[in-house]
Design a protein around this ligand. Structure first.
Ligand code: PLP
Length: 464
């Protein structure tokens, strides 16, 4: 399997190179040349299998000869061994034909662990074989950074630097990034907001001399390997609920469009998905864009579901590539419009295809709180604000459909204790493996929102 850029101007790569590179040098994102197909019988044969076995079956065709079967099985086993639930990603029923897919049983309590734990293992094996090392730099609004640090801490071949907006992540999120003591972990508190952190990260990647010098690698949600890891749980949950013999729908709380794009990939591979519903908080550019075909950036408004406070959804570019019949020049044009004017408009054909694939809805702050409260009262389940956005939008979109609806529960309630306590009157407690988080020593470096200063720190501290 080869990987090609959504903008059509970068050389095609193997899975290994696409994974280690992240962003393509023409500014595009890597996607597989074709979508591998899984037949009805092959899906039926996944019933009753472990998460690890389904992961192997679903991801194998994408990985090509980067890993042997044996190597890949070991990587998967190591990646999910740190999940605290035997099912890894269990389903919980919260209503008639209404389910939560709990993605928060990994080490940092958010769904980012599902992909990041796998990537950590894949990087380690690939780099050891090549005798190389890399410097991973990532920007985070909170969850990606802690998941990356948890996945790469202590690994020989990797230094990991995480840029986070100083003062704008929750105490739990910050402590997960600043308390690991390993020398290869560097938490950088930047004087700026998340979009500025992400912009500095892009600047570093676009400085090719710097990029080559420190052997920069990216694990933000644009990394194809992350999307791939997320395709797996659409299969495990759909099969548990009766696929391929009946269709299943999914609602996905969305920021960077990574998680829901993974659902789209599952559907393209042949999983019988009925509806894919995009759920946004008050930062609703995706919902407005889906309805109107016009994707216009507004200012980011802070919300109680902060991991979705995003206006530029980087993974949406992968979908655009398909909507425009995989024509890189058309995607490049739309992305140029976005940079120059802060908006782009889909052709009528593309807008129609988009609406044929996805439904959407938005959930405001009061509705998010009310949903956390209602689900707790009705079921005893404490859900995080992001998951609540999904539950609310799923209900609005479902009507009286009898197709099972699965809402992706993207984080543990204890990661956002203030919002959950405000809604329910009860403060969610951290699980045992993290009970001493607030007693551990913190280590971080405060940095100006300045490219030269950031590059100097990365150069100085990475062990090349
Ligand atoms: C990252 C994140 C999201 C959004 O996921 P995308 O892949 O960016 O759409 C939603 N909820 C939580 C808790 C997250 O950490």
């Amino acid at each position: 399997m080869r990987y090609i850029s959504t903008r059509g101007q970068a050389p095609s790569l193997s899975f290994e190179d696409a994974m280690l590179t992240g962003l393509a040098r023409d500014g595009g994102l890597y996607v597989p040349e074709t979508w591998p197909q899984i037949s009805h019988d092959e899906i039926a044969a996944l019933a009753g299998k472990s998460y690890e076995d389904v992961a192997f079956a679903v991801m194998r065709p994408f990985v090509g000869d980067t890993f042997s079967d044996d190597e890949f099985r070991k990587i998967i086993k190591a990646a999910y061994g740190r999940f605290r639930h035997a099912a890894r990603v269990p389903l919980v029923q919260i209503g008639s034909n209404e389910f939560l897919m709990e993605l928060h049983h990994g080490p940092t309590l958010a769904f980012k662990d599902v992909a990041m734990q796998l990537i950590g293992q894949m990087f380690e094996v690939a780099l050891a074989r090549r005798g190389e090392r890399v410097t991973i730099v990532g920007a985070t609004s909170g969850d990606t950074g802690s998941a990356a640090i948890e996945a790469f801490r202590g690994l020989d071949a990797v230094d990991v630097f995480i840029l986070f907006p100083h003062g704008r992540v929750s105490d739990v999120q910050r402590r997960q990034m600043t308390t690991p003591a390993e020398a290869n972990v560097h938490a950088l508190a930047v004087d700026g907001d998340f979009d500025e952190c992400q912009a500095r990260l892009k600047d570093m990647f676009n400085d090719f001399a710097f990029r080559d010098d420190v052997r920069l690698a990216g694990v933000n949600s644009i990394n194809w390997a992350r999307v791939l890891a997320q395709v797996v749980y659409y299969f495990t949950s759909a099969v548990a609920l009766g696929a391929p013999h009946r269709k299943i729908s999914f609602t996905v709380p969305t920021g960077n469009f990574g998680d829901i794009f993974a659902g789209y990939v599952a559907k393209r591979m042949g999983l019988p998905i009925d509806r894919l519903v995009v759920a946004t908080n008050r930062n609703d550019i995706l919902h407005r864009g889906l309805q109107s075909g016009v994707f216009a950036k507004e200012g980011v408004a802070p919300s109680i579901s902060p991991s979705m406070d995003i206006q530029v959804s980087s993974n949406f570019e992968r979908l655009l590539f398909d909507l425009y019949d995989r024509e890189g020049s058309a995607v490049a044009q739309l992305m140029d419009d976005q940079s120059a004017k802060g908006s782009f408009t889909l052709s009528q054909g593309a807008a129609e295809r988009l609406r044929a694939e996805f439904d959407s809805g938005r959930c405001d702050e009061a509705e998010t709180s009310a949903t956390i409260k209602r689900v707790y009262a009705e079921t005893g389940e404490m859900i995080c604000p992001h998951s609540a956005v999904g539950v609310k939008v799923a209900q609005d979109c479902r009507g009286d459909s009898v197709v099972p609806m699965v809402v992706l529960a993207t984080a543990h309630a204890a990661k956002f204790p203030d919002a959950v306590e405000a809604a329910t009157g009860t403060r969610p407690g951290l699980p045992p493996h993290m009970a001493d988080l607030f007693d551990r020593a913190e280590r971080q470096t405060r940095v100006a929102n300045d490219l030269a200063a950031l590059k100097a720190i990365v150069r100085e501290r990475s062990r090349r």
